[in-house]
Write a protein that binds this ligand. Sequence first.
Ligand code: ZN
Length: 397
Amino acid sequence: MITLIRKAKVYAPEALGVKDVLVVGDAIAAVADELDAPVGGGLSVREVDAEGKVLVPGFIDGHVHILGGGGEGGFATRTPEVTLTTLTTAGVTTVVGTLGTDGVGRDTMALLAKAKGLRQEGVTAYCYTGAYRIPVPTLTDSVMKDIMAVDEIIGVGEVALSDHRSSQPTFEEFVRLVADARVAGMLSGKAGIVNIHMGDGKSNLSYVRRAVAETELPRTQFLPTHMGRNPELFEDGITYMKEGGYCDFTGAEDPDLWEREYGEVRYSKVVRRIVDEGIDLSHFTFTSDGQGSFPMFDDQGEYLGIGIGKSSCLLEGVKECVFREGIGLDVALRGLTANPADLLKLPKKGRIAPEKDADLVLLDETSLDIDTVWARGKVMVEAGRPVVFGTFEPHAS
Ligand code: ZN
């Protein structure tokens, strides 16, 4: 299968200007000012006129409860598994699955099976081993074996710190876990990163800072997430990034509500601050916490029920960066493309360049709404509508 995307304004994520992009099979073959369609040999080439449109890398959503999550309000509040089109219609072509508070009612094997299922349905899926509590639940008898033996497992997470739902691990337990993940990652050519759920507790990043100060563990092994959840944690994160650390920020379905009710710092304001402070632009990532549960309230603060996060918040966050804060699309995109690709060591992901996987999203230049999504060269979404569905998804006609 060969596809030639013509005259797209390419953000790789850096702005490349108007280019033609040639896709052969599941990979990008060439990016140039003008490309001729290959002819002969009975090749069929699909040409896509992308004039007036923007082509960006497929999004990496590095923190999704693909198997479902929640359950903190009892068994009836367990959230459902993610569906293929929830991801693809949001532009997500690579997902990293994680367990959460509940590492008992759901386990690593079930998470891995779901990741494998998503791969068979057409997107790229990885997962973390472990859950909130430390020592973490594992697939085999050790974190190190999980990372070394299983292709899909790229690190550990989400382990909880500074939260009433955390297992309140000792510092030594935490450090040993990060050390094991690091060595297993080295031995298997993976990130071996530890994704850390940060709650609303008072200790904020103290364990992470102490680990960096007192051990030889490098900052690249730690990826604290939900770092915008309250102003105090956010400020700690800003300082930590200035010191050379990496932080992940979580999108919201209704950022106005979360800003008003909890003081949560929305992605556009996160990126604004990072730019204004001159922080290294490779040190932040942006994820959805998809399928995670959250309470919903109406404008009067009346409880409406429990909702679930979705990957669609990612593009909304990017749009706010561009339209509300005047931030360049190249910078806004970094948190869900090049930055997670580098930090999670996914070298074929997150960029538009020859030999990268053909994970691509075509956006309307004015609205930045999704037009077409390719996952490894295959069209998953066309004219904003899914054309490939998960096995048990109803096919909209
Ligand atoms: Zn979390």
